[in-house]
Ligand binder design. Structure first.
Ligand code: NAI
Length: 304
């Protein structure tokens, strides 16, 4: 069983994906009146068509998360155009801290996946506040950046998205680092298939694609929701997927006391291990810049 805290647009869409992919029973929790209950009821009415006997239960009672293997925190405000990430961090930090207290009380053994933005800073908050081992607290952001990167590579080459493999690391935000050297189409490096200008265009599209959706419809929903389901599946089924998640570093990549997206093996225990890749000088420079942006945000928190 898993819990999702936040039954707004992304949380409820994630719950529906988890139901549709037949991954797990879900407890959906929100503080807003009967929202979670209503969302769960709506989903359960679709369940016979899915041919899955799993259950989604909606509630505003945090004690119902008891026994969760994974808790996903996707509660709080989203970034509006023109809003700075530190502004958003101030609002959402209080929400994340209050939810983590409930998680520690009712589901102290769970893996904790943070989705609330700015996700790297919120993952750091959740790690510090929970006192959990670092492998059990991770943030979902780069997984979404990576599927966007893969989509644009596939579109540029007119090949199946399935055959494109890639990684994005760093901040889930403007300073993210799409790893061009590690992107392949069925093992063929994209540098052998695309011109430098085409790669630059793809990298820029990847970085701006989230903001583009926010500009058009106010928020992103479907892509993050499906990637939450993918990450939950990796943990619950112990699949040891290789993907980037925001992780608390203790010396890896030369960084400490920061949560930032790095490639990991994601499995039963959450972050099973961190993969330290050799980066090109350009990627390394961008990654250091990305880390300094996150660091500036979390240094204002005063955690020790
Ligand atoms: P939304 O506004 O639709 O839903 C947020 C929900 O959180 C609301 O239903 C609200 O009642 C609930 N909530 C607020 N405080 C709460 C508390 N203390 N306990 C339980 N529930 C609480 O927002 P949406 O679009 O679902 O986005 C949620 C968050 O996810 C935002 O911070 C957004 O920026 C982030 N996000 C992160 C992505 C990522 O890749 N990391 C991608 C997309 C969104």
């Amino acid at each position: 069983m898993i819990s999702i805290v936040g039954a707004g647009k992304v949380g409820s869409a994630a719950a529906f994906n988890i139901l549709r992919f037949r991954i797990s029973d879900i407890v959906l929790i929100d503080v807003a009146g009967e929202l979670a209950e209503g969302e769960a009821l709506d989903m359960m009415q679709a369940a016979p068509a899915i041919e899955f006997d799993g259950k989604v239960r909606g509630t505003n009672d945090f004690s119902e998360m008891e026994g969760s293997e994974v808790t996903v925190i996707v509660a709080g405000a989203g970034r509006k155009l023109g809003m700075t990430r530190p502004d958003l961090a101030r609002t959402n930090r209080k929400i994340v801290e209050s939810i983590v207290k409930q998680v520690v009380k009712y589901a102290p053994e769970c893996k904790l996946m943070i989705v609330t933005n700015p996700v790297d800073a919120m993952t750091y908050v959740a790690y510090k506040e929970s006192g959990f081992e670092r492998n059990r607290v991770f943030g979902m952001g780069n997984i979404l950046d990576t599927i966007r990167f893969r989509s644009y590579i596939a579109a540029e080459l007119n090949v199946s998205r399935e055959d494109v493999r890639a990684l994005v690391m760093g901040e889930h935000g403007d300073s993210m680092v799409p790893l061009v050297d590690y992107a392949t189409v069925s093992g063929i490096p994209i540098k052998d298939l695309l011109e430098a200008e085409q790669i630059e265009k793809i990298v820029n599209l990847t970085k701006t694609s989230g903001s583009e959706v926010i500009k058009l419809k106010g928020a992103t929903t479907y892509a993050p929701a499906v990637e939450i389901a993918v990450a939950v599946d990796a943990v619950l089924r112990g699949r040891n997927r290789v993907m980037s998640v925001s992780t608390f570093l203790q010396g890896e990549y030369g960084l400490s006391d920061i949560s930032i997206g790095v490639p990991v093996v994601l499995g039963k225990n959450g972050v099973e291990r961190i993969l330290e890749l050799e980066l090109s000088p350009e990627a390394q420079r961008h990654f250091v810049e990305s880390a300094s942006i996150i660091k500036a945000m979390i240094d204002t928190y005063g955690y020790t």
